[in-house]
Design a protein around this ligand. Structure first.
Ligand SMILES: O=C(O)CCC(=O)C(=O)O
Ligand SMILES: [Fe+2]
Length: 310
């Protein structure tokens, strides 16, 4: 447990590795895959897409959520003491699941031509706005540029304190190089929250120069999270991470679990996350987190840093 807290302080992440029992993870994966047609039929027609007012509300919520049908099968993960114990230490015994969702990495072969054209070079290729409404209870990505998970939580969105939020990611099947694995930048949390798109310059293979909003710089390296069913990673909400799209060499789409955990608003006193946060310099309660969207939630800044590696 101490190693989990120390790793969050040192690296902004703790990688549990393949700690979950593979059999129930594989069964969950099989059942999830069987519950939906994961293919091109998820997408709207272009006419339907154009009839939408804006790009908001294209993500799962606690109530409208594919995972709600799998509550029983998720319990062994959520109640695993090797996860619960450090999380309780970090966030308090009564920590909240702010949101849990299934995340799907979409292969190119599913994309209608008109969608491909529209998302070319968009750095947050959240495909939600292109997906038929009933299927938006999963988040669909075609890679997402380096970001901090605090991006979704500028001040005032929720009752809980977003500076306590941690992301827990679970792989449900083998995730290799070509399957859109997470790329994490250890140490990047130390600048606290910075504005998206982040100032990251490729300086070599997997190496980056990261500049915060005040001109401070650090050299860092990204780390690919490769692993099989039951692999778990946990990261701070200021740790930079992203994904590249599923490649043509991949034989599958990626389906993973993503939990956002936070300290409950009723929690009294402090918990270990406060100690982690005290070691960081920079903003932990940003008022603004991004400058890439217009007032309809549509990308106005293009370009994609994670795909620019030298
Ligand atoms: O699964 C992905 O492609 C990226 C997921 C991610 O970073 C997130 O859900 O915050
Ligand atoms: Fe993320």
């Amino acid at each position: 447990m101490q190693s989990c807290i120390n790793n969050l302080i040192e690296h902004g992440a703790h990688l549990f590795g393949e700690i979950l029992e593979p059999e129930p993870v594989k069964a969950l994966y099989r059942d999830m895959v069987a519950a939906r047609a994961f293919d091109a039929s998820l997408f709207m027609s272009e006419a339907e897409y154009l009839a939408q007012e804006n790009h908001f509300n294209a993500n799962p919520t606690p109530a409208f959520n594919f995972l709600n049908a799998f509550e029983d099968q998720l319990r062994f993960i959520e109640q695993d003491p090797r996860l619960q114990t450090p999380l309780q230490e970090l966030l308090g015994e009564d920590y909240d699941i702010i949101i849990k969702k299934a995340v799907c990495g979409v292969p190119d072969a599913w994309l209608p031509g008109w969608v491909r054209e529209r998302i070319r070079d968009v750095n947050v290729a959240n495909l939600g706005p292109y997906i038929k409404k009933p299927f938006r209870d999963i988040t669909y990505f075609r890679g997402i540029d380096f970001h901090q998970d605090i991006i979704d939580w500028p001040q005032g969105r929720v009752e809980q304190d977003p500076s306590t939020f941690l992301t827990l990611y679970v792989y449900l099947h083998e995730v290799g190089e070509h399957d859109s694995p997470l790329h994490l930048i250890p140490g990047s949390h130390r600048f606290g929250a910075t504005l998206f798109p982040h100032r990251l310059e490729a300086v070599g293979h997997g190496r980056w120069r990261y500049t915060d909003d005040h001109g401070n710089q650090m050299q860092c390296e990204d780390q690919k999270l490769l692993g099989g069913p039951g692999y778990v990673g946990l990261w701070h909400n200021c740790t930079l991470h992203g994904t590249r799209p599923v490649t043509h060499e991949s034989e599958q789409f990626r389906l993973s679990l993503r939990y956002l955990l936070g300290r409950s608003k009723n929690h009294r006193g402090t918990s270990a996350i406060d100690g982690v946060n005290r070691t960081l310099r920079g903003q932990l309660e940003p008022q603004v987190t991004r400058r890439d969207l217009n007032d309809k939630g549509i990308a106005r800044i293009r370009g994609n840093i994670i795909n620019s590696e030298k």
